[in-house]
Design a protein around this ligand. Structure first.
Ligand code: DQA
Length: 156
């Protein structure tokens, strides 16, 4: 079976993890999260690439690029753009790459404006509330999903 290629995208302010609002986001840095994703990817036989930007248009461009790179699946924490960005939603729909939406915090325990996601109904799944572990759970879930759809395609 070919090695699955997974892109992990982090949205705005997630570069500040470790010092940013530790009550919500903990003390783990983005570098720690990325390293643990790459380590888990290695043990699962996945090729994991990570990307962070504070700019909506750059995130859109990176999603478009993923389609031309034959990325099989995306794990995305759109951060504050979760709640506002039709552009990110449209980019995910346009590329049609299966994706998991991730949040460190449980957005449903927080302010009302965080309860709405512009992407969630287009996602394969959502993981929220487990800190950095949310990303690792998402990676496992995405791998499982990609295997299932590969099996389905083979059976058709
Ligand atoms: C977040 C939740 C968002 O509401 C917030 O704007 C973030 C991070 C999370 O990972 O919990 O920046 O996506």
């Amino acid at each position: 079976m070919k090695t699955l290629r997974i892109l992990v995208i982090h949205g705005p302010n997630l570069n500040l993890l470790g010092t940013r609002e530790p009550g919500h986001y903990g003390h783990t840095t983005l570098a720690d999260i990325n390293q643990s994703l790459i380590n888990l990817g290695d043990s699962l036989g996945l090729e994991v690439t990570t990307y962070q930007s504070n700019h909506e248009g750059e995130l859109v461009d990176r999603i478009h690029q993923a389609a031309s790179e034959s990325i099989d699946g995306i794990v995305i924490n759109p951060a504050a753009y979760t709640h506002t960005s039709i552009a990110l939603r449209d980019a995910m729909l346009a590329t049609n790459i299966p994706f998991i939406e991730v949040h460190l915090s449980n957005i449903h325990r927080r302010e009302d404006f965080r309860h709405r996601s512009m992407l969630a109904d287009a996602a394969t799944g959502i993981v929220a509330g487990f800190g950095g572990t949310s990303y690792l759970l998402a990676l496992r879930g995405l791998q499982d999903h990609l295997y299932q759809i590969t099996e389905q395609n083979r059976g058709e």
